[in-house]
Design a protein. Structure first.
Length: 307
């Protein structure tokens, strides 16, 4: 079976490996190299690096809307196109080129969390579980029928990065299961998504990473976890802007105004919130690296005295 794979970030690499395990991946599509790092030099995507290592031809069109790009795909004569976090819109004309259409590996239990950031939004919302869906793509945004799905629990300590890695592996497994069925001549049954329960996982914005102490402490703690490792939450702490890599919620704000420093010890730095308090455990000063609250307080003895 001839497969064209389209993906860009690290999340898609496990699925590319799964697609290549028992099938011929005739080409990989990924986004054009983008500036990265301090020098802002052009850097290849993780999927491109994996494809090169496997000797798979790589195509990086700016768009799939042009007749030239669509003809290039047609010439590959794929049986199936697998799309995993590609980042470019597939026009309707592209969806019909492969014999079996286009499959998408999506990191949520559709129709909940359609869109760009389903992993982070699930943590931020306090969902007890999430999962991966293998979806038959259609013109709408993540609206296609679901072929296969797997559930996974979200723990109280999961960060966005940790859940990302588990879902990447789960996505590869779900894709492998679907490809195994197709290889055996059994196309998975497409189940239309229910109309109820649709939510959208909007793209992460750095502006969202600024914590507002007036909010509920439990909501802030979830955001800290969801936005780790990117974009990492930040807040003002005793006149200094710090990035917060780890925090937990406490129920008591001692009746103090939001933003008030309640306590500072090796266990953490407690800040009053609109409801409850947030205990900061891992922080990062401007230009520094992530450190424990205990190490931070060694440089900020004024906080220990003032708490």
């Amino acid at each position: 079976m001839k497969i064209v794979f389209a993906g860009t970030p690290e999340f898609a690499v496990s699925s590319l490996r799964a697609a290549a395990r028992h099938h011929e991946v005739v080409a990989v599509y990924t986004q054009p190299d983008r500036p990265a790092g301090r020098g802002r030099g052009l850097a290849p995507s993780p999927v491109k690096l994996e494809a090169i290592a496997r000797g798979i031809p790589v195509f990086q069109p700016e768009s799939l809307k042009t007749p030239e790009a669509q003809q290039q795909l047609r010439d590959l004569a794929p049986d199936l196109m697998v799309v995993v976090a590609y980042g470019l819109i597939l026009p309707k004309a592209v969806l019909t080129i492969p014999t079996h259409g286009c499959w998408n590996v999506h990191a949520s239990l559709l129709p909940r969390w359609r869109g760009a950031a389903p992993i982070q939004r699930a943590i931020q919302a306090g969902d007890a579980e999430t999962g991966v869906c293998l979806m038959q793509m259609e013109a709408g945004l993540d609206t296609g029928p679901v072929l296969l799905k797997q559930h996974i629990a979200i723990s109280a300590n999961d960060t966005g990065g940790q859940l990302h890695d588990r879902l990447a592996e789960l996505g590869a497994q779900v894709l492998s299961d679907g490809l195994g069925l197709l290889r055996a001549g059994i196309k998975p049954i497409a189940q239309p998504q229910p109309e109820a329960g649709v939510t959208y996982a909007h793209k992460l914005d750095k502006a969202e990473a600024r914590l507002d102490w007036a909010q509920d402490a439990h909501a802030l703690a979830r955001t800290v976890r969801a936005f780790n490792p990117w974009p990492i939450t930040e807040a003002m702490l005793a006149g200094e802007r710090v990035r917060i890599h780890g925090a937990i919620a406490l129920d008591d704000n001692q009746g103090k105004a939001p933003g008030t420093l309640l306590a500072a010890s090796r266990d953490g730095i407690d800040i009053a919130c609109g409801h409850g308090a947030l205990r900061l455990r891992v922080l990062q000063r401007e230009g520094g690296k992530a450190i424990t609250a205990a190490d931070y307080l060694n440089a900020r003895r004024d906080l220990v005295a003032g708490a």
